[in-house]
Design a binder for this molecule. Structure first.
Ligand code: BV8
Ligand code: ZN
Length: 244
């Protein structure tokens, strides 16, 4: 299942950078974005995850995020999340970058998580950017407002918005320096995050993709491991002699 190259590399305590997407949370019950059961099946991403969508229909956008928070509140990390938390402790130079906004990596024990698309459990004021804690929005509620009068929105990166500069700069740096890059559970089509595995490969990293199906990245990867990340990651650690 795993190449000798990958197992030998893992045994050398390489610098590792990991990019995760919605696929790593799928086995926990979080619907992915673009799969058949994807949360975006009714709407296109651009109809919901944009500032324009929020300005034109804040109730719909807030209700959609509330729906996602309700799902996330009732689920647990899966063995894939736990394996990544174990890797963070085992390897001396390990960087976890996630596009996910579900906070499941932290819940599984990962301590340093680069959330390049934000976090659905955090909110902020659309006008002044003031951070606002938990926001529970029920249909019919007024749009929550900041003291400055601005509307409160989820602290996630919408399409057309910049990624948090400091977080993405660290992710970029780590992907340039790593010797092994794992792209896990992502369709690898949303930029600039999707550029990280490519940058790593261009600088000589060994690029491994873990997914249940091929993606745009597959032809570029040195190794494609087809299967659910919750099954593959624990097996990979065991094959490398890392107790999980
Ligand atoms: C930016 C947060 C510019 C919110 C998200 C045209 C119009 C507008 C923009 C663009 C355009 N063309 C290009 C762009 C840029 C755009 C972009 O890349 N669009 C794509 C769609 C073409 N990017 C942006 O807009 C970014 N900002 O470019 O700003 C700029 C520059 C300078 C100055 C100012 C501005 C912002 C991108 C961030 C958008 N926010 N989410 C929210 O969550 O609601 S994106 C959203 O997609 C999520 O974050 C998600 O993480 C991300 C990627 O999706 P995936 O995680 O990959 O999920 P997906 O369902 O696609 O795939 C799941 C995979 O898992 C599948 O491959 C599946 O096979 C696999 N899988 C399933 N089960 C398992 C599994 N794998 C393993 N195990 C399993 N069990
Ligand atoms: Zn404000």
């Amino acid at each position: 299942m795993f190449s000798e190259t990958l197992i030998e590399l893992l045994k050398k305590d390489p610098k590792i950078c990991v990019l995760t997407g919605a696929g790593v949370s799928a086995e926990s019950g979080v619907p992915t974005f673009r799969g058949k059961e994807g949360i975006w099946k009714k709407f296109r991403a651009e109809e919901l995850a944009t500032v324009d969508a929020f300005l034109s229909n804040p109730e719909l956008v807030l209700a959609w995020y509330q729906h996602r928070r309700d799902i996330i509140d009732n689920i647990e990390p899966n063995p894939g999340h736990y394996a990544l938390a174990k890797m963070e402790k085992h390897f001396s130079d390990f960087c976890l970058v996630t596009q996910n906004v579900d906070a499941l990596h932290r819940k599984a024990g990962s301590e340093h998580v680069l959330e390049v698309h934000g976090n659905i459990m955090r909110n902020k004021c659309l006008t002044c950017g003031k951070p606002v804690n938990r926001l529970d929005f029920k249909e019919g509620d007024d749009i929550p407002r900041c003291e400055c009068g601005g509307m409160i929105r989820p602290d996630v990166v919408w399409f057309g918005e910049m990624l948090p500069a400091d977080v993405f700069a660290e992710a970029n740096k780590k992907s340039f320096q790593c010797e092994l890059f794992l792209s896990i559970g992502t369709s690898a089509i949303v930029y600039p995050a999707a550029g990280l595995p490519i940058a790593a490969k261009q600088r000589g990293a060994y690029l491994v993709e873990i997914n249940v199906q091929e993606t745009e990245l597959s032809t570029y990867a040195d190794e494609v491991l087809l299967g659910p990340s919750g099954e593959i990651l624990p097996k990979l650690l065991m094959a490398a002699g890392i107790d999980i």
